[in-house]
Design a protein around this ligand. Structure first.
Ligand code: HPA
Length: 273
């Protein structure tokens, strides 16, 4: 598939017929963090299946809807359900959502995910503001012919997770019941959880948390000049940290438990951006 500006524009043009405002912030909700979508006021929901050239969520806990509306008085567009390479999508395909959000006019993106803690000081239910990421697995989403309309072939990613947004998110933690850290997210492609040896390696490399998403979106945003705020909800201690196997049930349960406080925290952040 040749990706041209027109390819993404078809999706954005279709979405423009559904809403009469330009969203300021794009939000991508991670596994089981969907309840935040209920905080969107005057929502207009569009099924991914109806959007030309969009992708389809195959994960049960991802709704597969784009929701336009307001949160804390701010115009937002919220992706309830995201796409991962483990679903079978190529890394190149994973540029689609962020490029469509960019063409819709958003000025920043908030990427959320569920993650496993590598840092032993973290606990399930904590939040990590992503300072930087490590991605040693898989291709870049920007592989292939460059679409100059979005950004240059070679681009800087040293301030991909915008320092101002990280500061703002850390400041917003005050007065919430959440323990909020700042740390490094390391991408693993999944769908299997990591081995204990991989987690030990991740720790040596400087990772604080691991997960299977977010980095392709952050890289695509950096390419087209969109500031990124990345937030991980810690749902479990990563493999081998505790003397027991990991389960998807444990991840879902922890995400569900954290969803209420996390939604309130997100609202505070959206109001402050
Ligand atoms: N590893 C990878 N992805 C995850 C984890 C984990 O431990 N927890 C939630 N998402």
């Amino acid at each position: 598939m040749a990706y041209t500006r027109e390819y993404f524009q078809a999706a954005a043009d279709f979405l423009r017929t559904k809403v009469d405002f330009i969203p300021e912030t794009g939000i991508i909700l991670g596994s089981c963090l969907g309840p935040f979508a209920q905080a969107v006021e005057n929502p207009v929901a569009v099924d991914y299946a109806d959007i030309p050239h969009f992708l389809l969520s195959t994960v049960a806990s991802h709704a597969g809807k784009l929701i336009f509306g307001t949160v804390a008085g701010r115009r937002v567009v919220c992706m309830s359900g995201r796409f991962h390479s483990y679903e079978g999508y190529s890394f190149e395909e994973l540029v689609i959502p962020i490029r469509v959000l960019k063409l819709l006019g958003v000025q920043s993106v908030v990427l959320t995910n569920a993650a496993g803690a590598v840092n032993r000081d973290y606990r399930p239910g904590d939040v990590m503001v992503i300072r930087d990421h490590i991605k040693l697995n898989g291709d870049s989403p920007l592989r292939g012919p460059n679409v100059e309309d979005f950004g240059p072939r070679f681009f800087d990613v040293s301030r991909m997770y915008a320092p101002e947004l990280r500061r703002l998110a850390l400041d917003c933690a005050a007065g919430t019941p959440l323990r909020v850290h700042e740390g490094t997210y390391m991408f693993f492609p999944g769908p299997q959880f990591e081995t204990p040896a991989e987690i030990r390696a991740a720790r040596v490399l400087g990772a604080d948390a691991v997960g299977m998403s977010t980095v392709t979106e952050a890289l695509t945003a950096a390419h087209c000049g969109l500031p990124v705020l990345g937030l991980s909800v810690i749902t479990n201690m990563a493999a081998g940290v505790l003397e027991r196997p990991l389960s998807a049930g444990e991840v879902d349960e922890a995400a569900e438990k954290a969803a209420g406080a996390f939604s309130e925290y997100m609202k505070k952040i959206i109001a402050a951006i």
